[in-house]
Design a protein around this ligand. Structure first.
Ligand SMILES: NC(=O)c1ccc[n+]([C@@H]2O[C@H](COP(=O)([O-])OP(=O)(O)OC[C@H]3O[C@@H](n4cnc5c(N)ncnc54)[C@H](O)[C@@H]3O)[C@@H](O)[C@H]2O)c1
Length: 320
């Protein structure tokens, strides 16, 4: 490793294709925020060595231009396991027409292997999983890494929650950061849940802060657009790197800066026996606290149904 300095924050990105590359780019642009008061070193890992080295060179140019002392270099799995924060974006992208199951089984084996190759982890390392299916792979990474529960999380429905607020803001003329609403549960278009029952504007329930005719009209459209926009983007350009890249950068800033922002990320839920997205307070330890959301009976039943699928797949993985 390069010589250490107490204020250097190290983030490893494992899998530097479209998503890993965009995450690295967002991290370099936001390096002052991400590394809190210190400097940022980005370690890139990929089993495609030519691609990894090309990404290092391309991203090093960005760092030179930004000129905030950020360093970018290639690294091994072992070095990645010793970083402050490790982002797992390794995987095979799901192509349209390919079944979820095909893509899931390849990513299960990839994520198991990369997490295994990084172990043993630095004791305070935080592991952030982005590869899909993200709830299953975060649950798997938690088991394989043997890190404490709080230190393993996944991007989950953070992006969908941000998208939901942004799309709603356009409809109702209120800024996104003044709307408190989350997409929760298991991250797929058919299983994630919009927590309408707990949504507020300025602490006032949505049902009292927006005319009911507006609310009823926009709910199905927002749900559909929030859940399916990624598919639309993938159909047109093959991947969705920028939104998720910004999500990674934001989570890294929250964790390394111990900022205590509340974000919908996937993390272990004892009640459901697997990782799925619920709002969490993010701090240096990863998940500082889960916010208990008082879901309606129907919302809870929907979350339990999809959690059952994740638990079933985990059981299949354990039995080999
Ligand atoms: N959670 C989300 O919201 C979200 C959003 C977008 C993409 N994704 C997921 O992110 C993952 C990556 O997507 P992408 O578009 O960047 O795909 P990509 O194919 O462009 O990149 C994947 C990279 O992983 C690398 N890789 C594969 N096996 C590896 C291994 N064993 N060790 C190290 N690197 C390895 C590949 O060489 C490639 O560079 C996919 O699983 C995708 O579904 C998640």
């Amino acid at each position: 490793m390069a010589t250490t300095n107490t204020t250097t924050r190290r983030i490893a990105i494992v899998g530097v294709g479209q998503v890993g590359g965009a995450a690295a780019y967002a991290l370099i642009l936001g390096s002052t925020t991400v590394a809190a008061a210190g400097e940022l070193e980005l370690l890139l890992v990929d089993n495609n060595i030519a691609l990894r080295d090309a990404q290092v060179r391309d991203l090093a140019d960005v760092a030179f231009i930004i000129n905030r002392g950020t360093r970018v270099r290639a690294a091994t799995y072992r070095e990645a396991g010793q970083c402050d924060l490790i982002v797992v974006t390794a995987g095979s992208r799901q192509t349209l027409g390919q079944s979820n199951l095909d893509s899931a089984s390849r990513n299960i084996s990839i994520v198991r292997n990369v997490v295994d190759a990084m172990a043993p982890f630095r004791s305070d390392a935080v592991l952030l999983v982005v590869s899909n299916p993200v709830d299953l792979l975060t649950t798997l990474a938690l088991e394989v890494s043997q890190l404490p529960l709080s230190q393993v999380l996944g991007s989950g429905t953070f992006l969908e929650s941000a998208r939901l607020r942004g799309l709603m803001a356009e409809q109702i003329g209120i800024a996104p950061n003044s709307i408190d609403i989350y997409a929760l549960g298991v991250h797929t278009p058919s299983t994630q849940l919009t927590a309408w029952s707990t949504a507020t504007v300025a602490g006032v329930p949505l049902s009292q802060s927006i005319p009911s005719s507006t609310l009823v009209g926009m709910q199905p459209v927002l749900e559909r657009d929030t859940a399916h926009l990624s598919e639309v983007i993938v159909r047109a350009k093959g991947a969705t790197p920028f939104g998720i890249g910004a999500v990674v950068s934001s989570i890294c800033a929250s964790v390394l800066g111990d900022r205590r922002n509340v974000r919908a990320v996937t993390h272990f839920q004892p009640e459901y026996g697997c990782c799925l997205s619920m709002p969490a307070v993010l701090g240096r330890e990863g998940i500082a606290k889960t916010i208990e959301v008082p879901l309606s009976e129907e919302e809870r039943r929907k979350v339990e149904e999809s959690a059952k699928m994740v638990r079933g797949m985990m059981e299949g993985i354990r039995q080999g």
